[in-house]
Design a protein around this ligand. Sequence first.
Ligand code: ATP
Ligand code: MN
Ligand code: MN
Length: 308
Amino acid sequence: PASGAKTRTSKRDGDAMIVITHPDRAVYPKDGYTKQDVADYYRAVMDWFLPGILHRPLSVIRWPDGIAGQSFFQKHVPAGGLKYVGVARLTEETGASAMYLFPESADSVMELVQYNAIEFHPWGAHVEQPDCADRVVFDLDPGPDVAWNNVKAAARLMRKRLGQLKLESFLRTTGGKGLHIVVPLNPPSPWDEVKTFARGFAETMEAMHPLDFISTSSKARRTSKIYIDYLRNGRGATAVASYSLRGRPGAPVAMPVRWEELGRLRGANQFDLKNAVTRLKRQRKDPWEGIEEVKQSLTRVLKALAKK
Ligand code: ATP
Ligand code: MN
Ligand code: MN
């Protein structure tokens, strides 16, 4: 299948021994995790991590001096290039084009780790079809006064309303403060349709539950509300990858979870470099099992919404 990321493996995979230099560098100084720990983490979770990023244009956030130092949001090919990371020339929203990175294999990930990447942020599209999204991401950003239980309730409301539109959705903790709700699209939809849908859906949630949700980013009004950041759904926009580490104290991980786990979740940063690996060792089934097989398109939903 065209959208089956699992089929996108590279013949170069595993051929290279990427050397991790400065393995003892303190990347998470307060937690005592080094660059080698980061590399070991990504090697340990690779089979779960890779399908979500393969052949997607990718931004990485690099911390050459550890998370206490400066970070660099990198979406274009660095000077000198990289040996094991794919490169694609893509048009930007301005009309100009630029060289984007995309992972082709485990070696791509390890080379980026060697290059001090900690966070991995893919597009909701593949390099072969950059004009169409196969993932819509609703980024739930709770204001500082929102209790965690209300964030969970909000995610449930989102899922329910998506279900009423016959759209299946999947849940991820971000490793930060909020949750992501991911809607797979097969066939993929052009970005303008995705944007229209995401905006319309966010505005509907706000209209139906005005005390809980807000769909505009005016900060003053949202301290007690959950901002549905639908703007994550445009050409060139990214969302953190499932299983990516975050460059924040505690080395949290963005973790896909089953909807049945939502009730038990203690926070968006519950999973970290240590307990994520333990979880994955026990994990038999993909918490997002079936996401590659879902057949649902926005064309149908937009038509239905337009009729109302
Ligand atoms: P949290 O749960 O703490 O909100 P998050 O990953 O959702 O974690 P956001 O700040 O809400 O963080 O951002 C959502 C996504 O938007 C990020 O995962 C990232 O991919 C993208 N993003 C955030 N800031 C930028 C930026 N300055 N430039 C480009 N993309 C960004
Ligand atoms: Mn967020
Ligand atoms: Mn956000």
